[in-house]
Design a protein around this ligand. Structure first.
Ligand SMILES: [Fe+2]
Length: 247
């Protein structure tokens, strides 16, 4: 990326906060403790935020993009509906974001995370770790294999359930494009009931987080496919979850 000439520096528009939930949304109980107590302060972006970090394919292991296999014993596989998630990472101008690092994590098919603080009674799957990573190609495309996660209950209201979802952390071509978000699955009846989803102010913004079943990319007798495109920064950007530390 270019250097000291300000004219060559990319200009990132301010985030469109009308697409994002307010930081304090008491129906999502944790936001009471996590939301800022003072007004936000804006800072101009710096060159290092606009041009780094840069990742290369060399950081990836052979199975990083296959969650059905990357924690499985030899000859075994994670249990659950075999699924392909794919899409493109684009910027607000519709340009492909190549070399973007996507880190994903999710519950297993029973809705349980492999985490020491997990308290749900659903069983662990010995062949499923629940995390993986991918780097976008020259055209901004990405794809990974996994199993569809299950919904899980969480201690918010008396009976709240998270829809099936995959967490995404995205590093674009600079920290200014950093994105943490979640993908849901088309047709899940829990999506409109979820207190976290309901903090998002518009149906259009919610729809941008729902992966669509794509039969053309389905592999017969193997895996269903869901398409999830990600827009970084700008008026079309995907809803950012990391609103506190985001720019
Ligand atoms: Fe989750």
């Amino acid at each position: 990326m270019s250097t000291d000439d300000p004219a060559e520096r990319r200009v990132y528009p301010a985030r469109d906060r009308s697409r994002h939930p307010p930081a304090l949304t008491p129906t999502y109980k944790s936001s009471i403790y996590r939301s800022p107590q003072a007004d936000l302060i804006s800072f101009p972006t710096t060159l290092s935020e606009e041009t780094g970090p840069v990742f290369g394919d060399r950081i990836l292991g052979d199975l990083d993009g296959d969650l059905t296999q990357n924690f499985a014993a030899i000859g075994e596989s994670a249990i659950g509906p075999r699924t392909i998630v794919f899409g493109s990472v684009l910027d607000d101008g519709g340009r492909a974001v190549s070399g973007a690092l996507l880190e994903v994590w999710q519950a297993n098919a029973g809705g349980r995370y492999r985490h020491k603080n997990e308290g749900y009674i659903a069983p662990l799957d010995p062949n499923f770790g629940g995390c993986g990573r991918i780097i976008t190609g020259e055209d901004g495309s990405y794809e990974f294999r996994t199993i569809q996660p299950g919904p899980y209950p969480w201690p918010n209201g008396p009976n709240d359930w998270r829809p099936a979802h995959i967490h995404f952390s995205v590093f674009g071509q600079g920290f200014v494009q950093r994105l943490v978000t979640q993908m849901y699955f088309e047709g899940d009846p829990l999506i409109p009931l979820c207190p976290i989803v309901r903090t998002i102010p518009s149906d259009d913004a919610i729809a941008s987080l729902v992966g669509a079943l794509d039969l053309d990319r389905t592999i017969p007798m193997d895996a269903r496919a869901y398409k999830f495109d990600i827009i970084l920064r700008g008026p079309q950007q995907t809803y950012f979850e990391n609103r506190v530390e985001g720019l």
